[in-house]
Write a protein that binds this ligand. Sequence first.
Ligand SMILES: NC(=O)c1ccc[n+]([C@@H]2O[C@H](COP(=O)([O-])OP(=O)(O)OC[C@H]3O[C@@H](n4cnc5c(N)ncnc54)[C@H](O)[C@@H]3O)[C@@H](O)[C@H]2O)c1
Length: 148
Amino acid sequence: MSTTVGDLLRIKGAKVETISASETILEAIRRMSEKHIGCLAVVTRAGKLSGILSERDVLWKVIAAAKSPKTNRVKDAMTPLKQMKTVSPSQTVEECMALMTGRRHRHLPVLADGKLAGLISIGDVVKFMLDAQQATIQSLEKYITGTF
Ligand SMILES: NC(=O)c1ccc[n+]([C@@H]2O[C@H](COP(=O)([O-])OP(=O)(O)OC[C@H]3O[C@@H](n4cnc5c(N)ncnc54)[C@H](O)[C@@H]3O)[C@@H](O)[C@H]2O)c1
């Protein structure tokens, strides 16, 4: 049976680092730097997902456009929800990988019944694939050498 996004979140953790659209880009950069992450989920006061702000959004829409991170706001650079893909906990890790590579998204927010329930990055998917591959190799080695 395929591993689902829900399974991955149980291993990785479901906490999502968020920011409001009215915060400055500088505050968003500081928060990403403190947490060692490459994106923030942008949420309304009620905690509803309205988009994401990624390192790439900041680089392309603020830095490359010679705008100031001190005065520009998250809402000026974020990728709105309608322009991105989200996944549900029941979707498979393989589906996430296909979405990420096909649509060039490095982060996918997870929505359960319309509520933010986690966030998956390309690194999470790659780590999962590597771990699964390693487990297959080990069980094949045990089978071949008769040590299972
Ligand atoms: N060893 C691991 O478990 C692991 C997992 C993921 C990534 N990585 C490595 O980290 C580096 C950067 O990773 P990346 O490009 O996938 O992106 P990233 O730096 O944005 O993500 C790093 C980790 O932070 C989490 N994360 C990112 N934004 C988050 C948010 N707003 N809320 C909650 N969690 C958030 C991701 O899910 C991921 O687990 C790569 O070198 C990658 O291989 C390692």
